[in-house]
Design a protein around this ligand. Structure first.
Ligand code: KG4
Length: 340
């Protein structure tokens, strides 16, 4: 008998549902929320309201595209945290009601585990290679910057993480300082392709071990701009491509320096990336460059599986289903929870 998992993701500002059948992705529907753009960041109250409007049509569409009826489902996997509480509650409550009405088990998924296991999403007819255990995963998103040692689907250890801002958060904040739109990541990426990554230098953190820090870079960017704008009030407009390229280059160098250190320390050459910032062109190029220079096997999920999506929740749910790892009906959502 087939194992068919419905995955539900609602941790921030994307409502998503996906179907995985026997490890293969059949559908992945994502409804993003444009409502936040004019506020320059996610407004939690608006996010949970939009999730409420989106969740039923998104789940229906995922089942329709997968050509699956609800009676065929084996389990419902849902993001339990971390995330915005009001957003999480919509997905968690929907999953509970749906699973109970069908009499099928529920599987709680850590959003961060989902990002890591996005590297294992398979689509019938598409060639895909997946990391071999143990591997390192650089998880970089709007809320996290972590180096993770992945020993098995259900066994992960955080080797290092940001002590302040996340990489995506720093990029978004710098982009806001430049007066660009939200989220800044994709805009900085686009501008950076036309700029010189060595045009400007920003300060890099000096912290021991495998931890990251990005708040100093943000401050350095802000103060540098303030100084340059004293001489040229239109400095940003005149240099936006070079500013974007130099900012991106600094973030990528900070990320890769520690990742190289981890790869050396743990003698691992299987290296994956996950999270929204892994969509970044400069970071992807740095991975390919490291593959050539250091003989790494690198794994970069398809673009659509790097930002928040339910395919990653469904694949994680699938592996947990195989382990009979279910959760009770009273399981609450967690706004804060670590990978371990
Ligand atoms: O994983 P994600 O969708 O959401 C969570 O934070 O969980 O990541 C969102 C982050 C944002 O900071 C966004 O600006 C960044 O990923 N991002 C990018 C790119 N696309 C998205 N950063 C740099 N370059 C991109 N192309």
């Amino acid at each position: 008998m087939s194992t068919i998992i419905l995955g539900i993701e609602s941790s921030c500002d994307d409502t998503s549902a996906a179907i995985i059948k026997d490890g293969y992705l059949l559908s992945n529907v994502v409804a993003s929320q444009a409502v936040h753009e004019s506020y320059g960041g996610v407004v939690p109250e608006l996010a949970s309201r939009a999730h409420q409007q989106n969740i039923v049509p998104v789940v229906n569409e995922a089942m329709k595209r997968a050509n699956i009826t609800k009676e065929e489902l084996s389990a419902v996997a849902f993001t339990r945290g971390p995330g915005l509480m009001g957003s999480l509650l919509v997905g968690v409550s929907f999953a509970k009601g749906f699973a109970r009405s069908l009499g099928i088990p529920m599987i709680d998924v850590n959003h961060l585990t989902g990002h890591v296991l996005a590297n294992f999403i398979k689509v019938e007819g598409e060639e895909s290679v997946h990391p071999k255990f143990p591997f390192l995963c650089l998880l970089v998103s709007g809320g996290n910057s972590q180096i993770i040692l992945v020993k098995a689907y259900n066994d992960m250890e955080i080797l290092g993480q940001t002590i302040d801002d996340a990489a995506g958060e720093a990029i978004d904040k710098c982009s806001k300082v430049m007066g660009l739109g939200y989220p800044g990541g994709p805009i900085i990426d686009r501008l950076a392709r036309q700029g010189n990554p060595k045009a400007f230098t920003f300060s890099k953190p000096h912290i021991p071990g495998l931890d990251y820090s990005f708040s100093g870079l943000k401050t350095s960017f802000l103060y540098s701009l303030r100084d340059w704008m004293k001489d040229d009030p239109d400095f940003i407009e005149h240099h936006k491509e070079d500013l974007a390229a130099s900012l991106e280059n600094t973030v990528v160098e900070i990320l890769m320096d520690k990742l190289r250190k981890a790869a050396k320390k743990y003698n691992i050459k299987e290296v994956a990336v996950a999270g929204g910032v892994s969509a970044n062109t400069g970071l992807r190029n740095a991975f390919y460059d490291h593959a050539k220079r250091f003989g790494w096997q690198v794994y970069i999920p398809k673009f659509g599986y790097t930002t928040d999506n339910a395919a990653m929740i469904a694949i994680t749910g699938y592996y947990k289903f195989l382990d009979n790892d279910f959760c009770p009906m009273e399981a609450p959502a967690y706004s804060r929870v670590t990978l371990e």
